[in-house]
Design a protein around this ligand. Structure first.
Ligand SMILES: Cc1cc2nc3c(=O)[nH]c(=O)nc-3n(C[C@H](O)[C@H](O)[C@H](O)COP(=O)(O)OP(=O)(O)OC[C@H]3O[C@@H](n4cnc5c(N)ncnc54)[C@H](O)[C@@H]3O)c2cc1C
Length: 403
């Protein structure tokens, strides 16, 4: 009987195994999960789960009964230590497990603040795993002072959750503006104003010089020499792909595990999906950290294990919730030449359309799901957009969908 082993029990790992079973894969499926939890969704960790508005049980992608009914051997709380591609087997907790197909869905891990900056002090928190939130929760109390290092999605979502719990929040972002890596200045400005209106102190172009304290952090020196009193610190300075197993197994690795359009690594029986991969996009390789990518890439891999010979074709999408604002992004804005702004129908709603020449390449829709849906369909169906019509606020967006 065919055997599939999946390493990693996150969104990507779960999506591979559920797609395999829904396609009728009859063989043995084993999932090796480093965390002691059933596979769960991460987005609420910096949003409603952090504020206490969501129960732990709702985080789980499937309940235990699903794995039992679908004959998925879950090995929880166990890290895979080695991949031996010659004998087609992996080692985990002293056990050797053989496979016909191996899927690496190992995700990513937070970049750590170096010890020379005070990264080894107590009172520092990262937001990646459920366990990270459990240790952070006791720190969350009215009027406490928190420094958030990093104005990317995770830092900003966490800041908004902590403001809503009555904490005093300072955010420092070393780059010129928040979310610089992903969005245009227009979107950064919208969220800068929002954070300031809600009472966060947001410093852009200001980094961290040093965290200080005996054993536990109590002060932070910023790059502008300002000294802050802090009760604790959240570090959100990006993630690294978890590609060490692949590297040690001799697979091609470059900013993540290299895969082709089918999701196959440099070894034909080893596949990879999700945050850990670097995959072809236009004329380069990219890595995405999003739920959409984890699901769609995994489903492509599962189909290809079943012999489909399918390429990973997709329009990237992503969302972030900060206070009452929902930003939905469709497409990738890299290399845009112009932004078209369209006010939305509701107060505080707006969309920014990224053009490269006359081509639409992405849209950021804030509290404007209509623009998001239309933008996503335009991108998916490759429909040419008349920039003048898009620019005209009187144009009914749905008309743009007609070729
Ligand atoms: C706080 C937070 C908020 C987010 N919000 C959003 C959002 O709003 N929208 C969005 O689109 N995306 C969001 N993301 C990103 C999204 O959650 C990730 O892109 C997605 O979880 C990637 O899934 P994955 O399965 O590739 O990786 P992961 O979810 O990281 O899962 C990988 C798993 O593999 C395990 N593992 C690693 N190595 C081994 C090993 N050797 N042996 C066994 N197990 C191993 C890890 O422990 C982990 O459990 C957020 C992420 C975080 C952390």
């Amino acid at each position: 009987m065919e055997k599939v082993v999946v390493v990693g029990g996150g969104q990507a790992g779960l999506s591979v195994v559920s797609k395999l079973r829904s396609l009728g894969f009859p063989g043995i499926i084993t999932m090796i999960c480093g965390e002691p939890e059933l596979p769960y969704q991460r987005p609420p960790l910096s949003k409603k789960y952090l504020t206490g508005e969501m129960e732990k049980d709702r985080l789980y992608l499937r309940q235990q009964s699903y794995y039992t009914e679908n004959a998925i051997n879950l090995i929880l709380g166990t890290r895979c230590e080695e991949v031996d591609s010659k004998s087609s087997s992996v080692k985990a907790n002293g056990q050797t497990i053989s496979y016909n197909h191996l899927v690496l869905a190992t995700g990513s891990h937070p970049a750590k603040l170096p010890a020379r900056l005070g990264g080894d002090l107590d009172g520092l928190y990262y937001i990646r795993n459920l366990a990270d939130i459990e240790v952070l929760k006791p720190e969350i109390d009215n009027n406490r002072k928190v420094l958030v290092v990093g104005g990317g999605f995770i830092g900003l979502e966490t800041a908004s959750a902590l403001i809503s719990k009555g904490l005093h929040v300072t955010i420092v972002e070393a780059a010129d503006r928040i979310m610089q890596r992903v969005v245009a200045p227009e979107t950064s400005t919208y969220f800068r104003n929002l954070h300031k209106d809600k009472g966060a102190r947001l410093l852009e172009g200001v980094g961290l010089q040093q965290l200080m304290g005996e054993k536990r952090v109590d002060k932070a020196v910023l790059s502008n020499n300002e000294v802050l009193d802090v009760d604790f610190v959240i570090v959100g300075i990006g993630v690294h792909p978890e590609d060490s197993l692949a590297r040690e197994a001799g697979l091609e690795v470059s900013n993540g595990i290299r895969v082709n359009k089918k999701g196959q690594t440099s070894h034909p029986n080893i596949w990879a999906a999700g945050d850990c991969t670097s995959f072809p996009w236009e004329d380069t390789f990219i890595r995405l950290e999003s739920v959409q990518n984890a699901i769609d890439q995994s489903e492509t891999v599962a189909s290809n294990i079943m012999g489909a010979e399918k390429d990973y074709e997709f329009v990237p999408w992503f969302w972030t919730d900060q206070y009452e604002a929902k930003l939905q992004i469709s497409g990738l804005g890299t290399g845009y030449t112009k932004i078209i702004t369209r006010p939305g129908n509701l107060e505080n709603s707006v969309s920014y359309w990224y053009m490269r020449g006359d081509d639409l390449i992405a849209v950021d829709a804030i509290n404007d799901s209509r623009s998001y849906m239309v933008g996503k369909r335009l991108l998916k169906q490759g429909i040419d957009v008349d920039p003048e019509a898009l620019e005209n606020p009187q144009t009914d967006l749905k008309r743009l969908l007609k070729r």
